[in-house]
Design a protein around this ligand. Structure first.
Ligand SMILES: C[S@@+](CC[C@H](N)C(=O)[O-])C[C@H]1O[C@@H](n2cnc3c(N)ncnc32)[C@H](O)[C@@H]1O
Length: 239
């Protein structure tokens, strides 16, 4: 899977795309992350990318020209049959694991990071295929939301995780949470690992895990156990 990220702050990505799973996926050629500095697509010598809003009001707005030029250049340089251009935006479709699975179906995502007071509306109307929000709160820019997408989508690229079965069990990949996990030592300061996990009896362990996963889901997120609309339910199950 490939990501083309358009941002006025490319250095912000240095850490998140250069460590752990994302870096390993990049090293193995499973994931490609290309950063595009929005200022490189500005047409004036001051590399201006923002301006004041028409009609007044505070803050600066990203102007459309460099964003359109960036997306067009990316499509020219890296043509892809299956590509989607996403504007990161707090007013967009709420991102969750079902959305992640849907977006993982594209070969390449172009991610447009807004900043300052936002982005000229014509970008949403005429450039982006859709807008994505990572939650009902407002961040300074679309960079952290873009990192959230790159990280969560990388986990879904086949071959990225050592244990694909573990991903299938992940919270939000099925209709209940992942089960509680324990590791050594079996007794830590008197806090003991449930005896069944030390029993070696795989049937009992599987039954215990299923029960505990359902109990935790019912306690913390009962809404996940409620029947969903058909499309939504199958999206949660598809893996
Ligand atoms: C300060 S925000 C602009 C908020 C805008 N004035 C509004 O109220 O809708 C600047 C940029 O951060 C990004 N952003 C902020 N919160 C976000 C969220 N929850 N999900 C995705 N992107 C977000 C968007 O790219 C946005 O253009």
């Amino acid at each position: 899977m490939e990501f083309d990220i358009i941002t006025a702050f490319p250095d912000m990505f240095e850490g998140p795309v250069s460590h752990s799973m994302v870096m390993r996926a990049r090293d193995r050629g499973l994931v490609e992350v290309r950063l595009h500095d929005l200022r490189d697509f500005a047409s004036d010598r001051h590399r201006k990318i923002d301006d004041v809003p028409f009609g007044g009001g505070g803050g600066m707005i990203l102007v459309p020209g460099p964003l359109f030029a960036a997306v067009e250049a990316i499509k020219d340089r890296h043509p892809k049959e299956s590509s989607r251009t996403l504007l990161l935006c707090p007013q967009g479709t709420r991102y969750d694991q079902a959305e992640a699975r849907r977006l993982a179906g594209y070969d390449r995502l172009i991610l447009i990071c807004g900043h300052y007071e936002g982005v000229d509306e014509r970008v949403r109307e005429h450039l982006a295929d859709e807008s994505i929000s990572i939650g009902d709160y407002v961040l300074t820019g679309g960079e952290i939301p873009a990192m959230v997408l790159v990280d969560s989508l990388t986990r879904l690229v086949p071959g990225t995780l050592g244990d694909e079965e573990a991903a299938r069990r992940d919270t939000f990949s099925q209709e209940c949470f992942d089960y509680p996990q324990y590791t050594r030592p079996a007794d830590f300061r008197g806090f003991k690992v449930p005896e069944v996990l030390l029993s070696g009896n795989h049937e009992r362990i599987a039954a215990w895990r299923k029960t505990r996963a359902l109990e935790e889901t019912a306690r913390k997120r009962p809404d996940l156990l409620k029947p969903r609309a058909p499309g939504r339910a199958s999206a949660m199950r598809d893996h």
